[in-house]
Design a protein around this ligand. Structure first.
Ligand code: SF4
Length: 303
């Protein structure tokens, strides 16, 4: 076919999506190499359309035959809501499996708006470590906020800075291991792990809902079983309620102030209740009470 097309023909081919290639300028033909037949620009373009069409038909068939038949979700089922049940066997998981389970969890609505799950932070471990880091202190807050959701780490905003200062006052540091002298002069362990009751951020930093806390609680329980801390510091109302629900009747109705000042137990581990750092940022007079709580927790470590 000749490429000698007029303007109207070229416009029509353009409309059809046919691209035209100009033939290469004639090259001197080598005496040693026989000349190959060269297709014209239009032939190449039309052949390409034919090949594309065949490919599309072939892939369409492949897609149809390989796609599993869709199973309609039963109305009201977890699947129909886009959620899925928690993985089975959380109480048998090792540290690495637990981390993976939290990272992929879709057991409550919070998975829909989170950017990251927030498992917790503590002494560094090799990747995929099956064994939890050795810790002495476990600090449990309520839920990730906006900064924590973005960073995937608990307590990183203003409240996090205050918590770091509180830790520093006790010669503790997040993510570090070592031994420091306690204010009383005795050697004191200072390995800290920090986490929250909920591993995903509630939208607009609203309070955790009871159903969300119930869904997430097995993860915290397994963290505590694996970490085996010497003391747990429960910061805020929801952390206290989650950890004391089995040991303090009607704990939801008891003001936080009345849960402070004594040592509770969770799985045999001493639990000291204190104010959440976000609350302390707004209520400076209660910082002195928070220091009393930290001293009570330090007594548990020492003893
Ligand atoms: S908050 Fe807890 S239960 Fe809900 S999706 Fe996140 S990890 Fe799962």
């Amino acid at each position: 076919m000749s490429l000698d097309l007029d303007k109207r023909q070229r416009a029509m081919l353009r409309e059809m999506g046919v691209r035209l290639w100009q033939p290469l300028p004639a090259m001197p033909v080598s005496l040693a190499t026989p000349a190959l037949p060269v297709a014209s620009g239009v032939e190449i373009a039309i052949n390409k359309i034919a090949v594309d069409a065949k490919f599309e038909r072939a892939t369409a068939r492949f897609d149809e035959s390989s796609r599993p038949a869709a199973v309609p979700a039963a109305p009201g089922s977890l699947q129909s809501t886009g959620l899925s049940a928690r993985p089975a066997g959380i109480d048998q998981m090792d540290w690495s499996a637990l981390q993976s389970a939290v990272a992929g969890c879709r057991a409550c609505r919070l998975c829909e708006s989170r950017r990251n799950t927030v498992f917790g932070v503590g002494p560094a471990l090799p990747a995929q470590a099956a064994v939890a880091p050795p810790v002495d202190w476990l600090i449990v807050g309520e839920a990730p906020g906006e900064n924590e959701d973005l960073a995937g780490e608990p307590f990183v905003g203003q409240a996090g800075k205050l918590l770091d200062n509180m830790l520093q006052a006790m010669k503790l540091q997040r993510g570090e291991a070592g031994v420091a002298a306690s204010p009383a002069g005795a050697a004191m362990s200072n390995r800290v792990f920090i986490t929250n009751v909920l591993k995903c951020r509630p939208p607009a930093n609203r309070n955790p809902e009871p159903a969300e806390m119930a869904q997430c609680e097995p993860y915290l329980k397994r963290q505590i079983e694996l970490l085996q801390p010497k003391v747990i510091l429960a910061l805020g109302r929801f952390a206290a309620q989650s950890l004391l629900q089995a040991s303090v009747p009607d704990v939801q109705k008891i003001p936080l102030g009345k849960l402070r000042g004594r040592v509770h137990r969770y799985l045999g581990v001493p639990v000291v209740v204190s104010y959440h750092p976000a609350y302390l940022l707004r209520s400076l007079p209660d910082k002195a009470k928070a220091w009393d709580d930290l001293c009570l927790a330090m007594d548990q470590i020492r003893s």
